[in-house]
Design a protein around this ligand. Structure first.
Ligand code: FES
Length: 86
């Protein structure tokens, strides 16, 4: 079982834990977050140009609209995404 952990730096707590299903593997991170009610800033609708959707996942800055869940979990069973504004 793989879990995506949403951590809010502003609230200093885990906001949500999202279990990852096989159907989610081809979804990009931004879509998965939005589908689960987590707000992600964007003005290019996932085209990869506005850079507003940058998040920190497993300690690295990533462009959430450009990374698939499968790639994000390639070497991890659990991934923590940090939101500064949650
Ligand atoms: S949504 Fe614009 S770069 Fe990701």
């Amino acid at each position: 079982m793989k879990d995506l952990i949403i951590y809010g730096r502003a609230s200093q707590k885990v906001i949500k834990t999202i279990p990852i299903n096989t159907d989610d593997l081809t979804t990009n991170l931004m879509e998965l977050l939005l589908d689960n009610g987590i707000p992600v800033a964007s003005s290019c609708n996932g085209e990869g140009v506005c850079l507003k959707c940058i998040l920190t996942a497993n300690g690295e800055k990533i462009l959430s609209c450009q990374i698939d869940i499968e790639d994000l979990f390639k070497e991890h069973d659990s991934v923590t995404v940090i939101f500064s504004y949650l």
